[in-house]
Ligand binder design. Sequence first.
Ligand code: ZN
Length: 275
Amino acid sequence: MDVDRSQASGPGASHVRLAKLLRGAGSVVALTGAGVSVPSGIPDFRSPGTGLWERVDPMEVAHIDVFHTEPERFWHFYGERFAALEDKQPNEVHRALVTLEREGLLDAVITQNIDMLHRKAGTRELVEVHGSIDRCSCLACGARVTLAQARSRLAADEAGVPRCERCAAPLKPDVVLFGEMLPAAAMERAQELCASADLLLCIGSSLEVHPVASLPLLTHRAGGAVAILTQGRTPLDGLAAVRLDGDLVDEMQALLGALGLGWGLPSESAAQAGI
Ligand code: ZN
């Protein structure tokens, strides 16, 4: 977004405090949720929204049971989801996290988002606990295809269901659907990172969806600090060492300001990955 934020207020006391925590921490990890993608034009379906989410209930249709029993209905929805996500670009929040990582101030990003925007921004150490739209898999034979291949098969199929070239079973996006477990390896990695973090930055997550919502507790119980940057209340506000609830882009800009860092990246970096 090319919004002129020169009028935005500078760092406040909370930003300075968070900057000190960041500078003083040996290990810093970020945990991001849907709010981080909102400035890129991707609405959070848990908030009353627009477009796709108004016409269908994603918790009902993006369900593993629907995928198995009604693949046409599932893919009618998910095909629209692909189309809505494929041209979205990272925003200032994604780029701020890349800046922190490059400055040696951030060890990893754990994300609940499936939209590949952290990758497109250039985050190197990334744990996608809900998977990613980057690939689709065949549950019958294990074949995997790229997003582009899945989209072209979807477009070519009469029923609008992308199918496996080897065994003709419907392909499934490599994202965690409702009714599915989270990928064990990614969740284990996320737990390790959170348990050993001196500081966990929770950004744009309502911290309501388990098991991800319990990750900040691992940091807190191990003696680390938790900072929450999210609009609206979260169940973990009471344990936050720093709580920022303004516009995420403004909050991250103020944080980088308090750290003496500017917005760090040329926009060409967005072209380096993905679709
Ligand atoms: Zn197959």
